[in-house]
Design a binder for this molecule. Structure first.
Ligand code: ATP
Ligand code: MG
Length: 265
């Protein structure tokens, strides 16, 4: 579903240059759900941004469902790539209502910008979809999204990102700014939506236990490189401590002072 071949991405070429991605080769099968871990600055968000077309790689190629999208800009990939960010404010338009946000997402997933209007038929469908979230948002279709809590907003963003059943769903620490209970609910919702639509997912997380229990494969990035790639059934046998051990081994150093470690349990 996604193939990345020999990807490189360097920021600030010349002085202070940062090599954020170094020879990334990743082959993602349809319905794979890959969790991505690594320390701050390892290149996780850059990997997702390159997959979403926010910027092109300096070298290498990206194929989505067999099509070369390496130079295809973000807005032209929107119909087959859904994305949810860490910041609940980022995925939705605060001043627009819940139903307007859903209509906008639906248009984007169809590659259109016209027809954002909400018809009675659409409204009924949105009500049904929202009721799946179990948050009572189906009764608040004409409330501006700015009134929602972070968890409600992330749940809505998730629904919006998966509306057009994208070929690829990219989740970048999408529960990191939520309280633990809300985060668990949004993660459960993630599993439900992914299973229901059979989506292919890349999910960045700093929570190693989530990384091991969600999805079917875990990759670890370090200084722009994939240093571990663990699939089932091997992954099912690993504990968080095993994973930390593997990380330290691959990196050749201890993991003190690392956010990855702090968020491990
Ligand atoms: N737009 C940019 N301009 C310049 N440097 C950037 C840009 N985006 C990322 N970088 C740099 O690239 C490296 C990788 O950043 P990235 O955001 O991908 O890390 P990350 O693994 O997502 O980290 P975190 O866990 O903190 O979110 C970092 O050194 C970062 O400073
Ligand atoms: Mg990041």
């Amino acid at each position: 579903m996604l193939r990345m071949v020999g990807l490189y991405k360097t920021f600030n070429l010349g002085i202070n240059s940062v090599c954020a991605l170094k020879n990334i080769n990743l082959h993602v099968k349809p319905q794979d759900f890959i969790t991505i871990i690594g320390s701050n600055g390892a290149g996780k968000s850059t990997l997702l941004s390159v997959a979403a077309g926010v910027y092109p790689p300096d070298e290498g190629a990206i194929y989505i469902d067999g099509t070369d999208v390496t130079r295809l800009p973000e807005h032209l990939r929107a119909s087959f790539v859904g994305r949810v960010f860490q910041d609940p404010l980022q995925g939705t338009a605060a001043s627009m209502t819940i139903e307007e946000n859903l209509a906008m997402a639906e248009c984007r997933s169809k590659g259109r910008t016209l027809g954002i209007g909400v018809t009675r038929k659409k409204r009924e469908r949105y009500r049904e979809l929202l009721s799946l979230l179990g948050l009572g948002l189906e009764e608040r279709l004409s409330d501006p999204v700015g009134l929602l809590s972070g968890g409600q907003r992330q749940s809505l963003t998730l629904l919006m990102a998966s509306l057009g059943q994208p070929k690829l769903l990219l989740l970048d620490e999408h529960t990191a700014s939520l309280d633990p209970r809300t985060a668990e609910q949004v993660l459960e919702l993630t599993q439900t939506i992914v299973r229901k639509h059979g989506l292919t997912v890349l999910m960045v997380t700093h929570n190693l236990s989530h990384a091991l229990t969600m999805g079917n494969r875990t990759i670890m990035l370090d200084k722009g490189e994939i240093i571990l790639d663990i699939c089932e059934p091997e992954r099912g046998e690993l504990t968080v401590d095993d994973l930390l051990g593997r990380f330290a081994q691959a990196r050749g150093e201890r993991l003190l002072d690392d956010r990855l470690l702090l968020a491990a349990r």
